[in-house]
Design a protein around this ligand. Structure first.
Ligand code: TXA
Ligand code: MG
Length: 353
């Protein structure tokens, strides 16, 4: 299929919205990462998102809205906490999970009775949602397993020829995906950390917010399955019911798959800065002496790390890096969220110093 490229002009966004209305797929910018959008209530369209991404069909999607009232069409009941948090963090990089209305198809929620909803702050995203007149289901606009796209060029590289449209918007300023907060249990629980942190959420709610236990465990990651029909196989490889029943599996299905993997081998160095400097230098020299192409990734602060980490991974692939040596971030607040992605990219390959 020929992918149409749009600018972010009003006229082009109208055209892109027309595609969404017709059940087609359009990649669009958000402040976090580019999303691959489809009408969230159109089963056939959502199925095509899984196909285009090569995404396992038990991995639910985030539904994007442009007005708080649209939440009423998706959530069975709007918890008080959701209203309070939306007031403070929407539009913005916070996704909230609530019990779903029957109108939301199970393909959109990966078979779950809950739905994840977010109102992005990116102006182009908001306009696209508004003009299309639908809630837009959108996972990150990358092939399953690849780093999330923070530039339209990344989405184009992965999805050109596989989807109907791509909006050429600006670069994503947050750079890591939204914080996913589960509001269906007794205590609000973060399933995926992001730039909106537990302490900020807790402060606004005036009560504790927990981190899902799986965020601290080294999970056996598996290669993503491919599209429809892989469900049975996934259950198999997963240990199926046993894992779920024992509560060991992550609550957010997306967290169990192998993610963000660059082509080269990646190693994270953690600990005393001087020791890390030395170890990285030695490892680099050794690898280069063996003829390997090496890339070093390090950041000055955690916000910069969030914004640039996925881009660095993609650059590493483009440069043909065979070995990637990354400096660990301090695991507090946003640093913890970036480390969550970094550890997965490296397959938990960490040198402690
Ligand atoms: O910033 C973002 O959230 C981006 C932009 C495009 O909005 N979207 C994004 O979507 O990262 P995706 O599909 O790549 O990640 C969605 C995550 C997955 O880990 C998925 O398992 C989880 O949210 N999720 C979605 N619905 C859920 C639900 N009902 N229960 C638990 N986890 C859910
Ligand atoms: Mg993703």
């Amino acid at each position: 299929m020929k992918t149409i490229y749009f600018t972010d002009s009003e006229a082009d966004l109208e055209k892109a919205a027309e595609l969404i209305k017709k059940g087609k797929l359009v990649a669009f910018p958000t402040e976090t990462v580019y999303g691959l959008g489809a009408d969230a209530l159109n089963e056939a369209a959502v199925k095509n998102v899984y196909k285009a991404k090569g995404r396992p069909c038990d991995n639910p999607m985030i539904v994007h809205i442009s007005h708080f009232d649209d939440l009423k069409l998706l959530a069975e009941e709007i918890p008080e906490d959701a209203s309070v948090l939306a007031d403070r963090f929407w539009p913005g990089p916070l996704t909230m999970i609530m019990n779903k209305k029957p109108a939301v198809p199970k393909v959109t929620t990966g078979g779950l009775d809950t739905v994840a909803v977010r109102m992005p702050s990116d102006k182009v995203a908001l306009k696209l949602i508004e003009k299309s007149g639908c809630a837009i289901a959108a996972p990150s606009a990358n092939l399953s397993g690849k780093p999330s796209p923070t530039k339209w060029e990344h989405a184009s590289k992965d999805l050109d020829g596989r989807i109907e449209g791509i909006i050429r918007g600006g670069d994503c300023q947050v750079g890591i995906e939204s914080t996913v907060l589960d509001l269906t249990g007794e205590i609000p629980t973060i399933l995926r950390p992001g730039i909106v942190t537990a302490s900020e959420l807790s402060e606004v709610l005036g009560k504790p917010v927990e981190m899902d236990r799986s965020l601290f465990a080294k999970i056996e990651l598996k290669e993503p399955g491919y599209g429809e029909g892989s469900e049975a196989e996934d259950e198999d490889r997963d240990g199926g019911e046993t894992e779920k029943a024992s509560g060991r599996g992550p609550k957010s299905p997306g967290m169990k798959y192998k993610h963000y993997a660059p082509k080269g081998q990646m190693v994270i160095f953690q600990g005393d800065r001087a020791k890390v400097d030395l170890a990285v230098k030695e490892r680099r020299q050794k690898a280069e002496a063996e003829g390997l192409r090496v890339k070093v990734i390090s950041f000055d602060d955690s916000r910069e790390a969030a914004r640039d980490f996925f881009k660095q991974l993609r650059d590493a692939d483009d440069e043909g890096a065979e070995l990637i040596l990354a400096y660990a971030l301090e695991e507090n607040e946003v640093g913890f969220s970036v480390m969550n992605r970094m550890l997965k990219s490296a397959g938990y390959n960490v040198v402690q110093l």
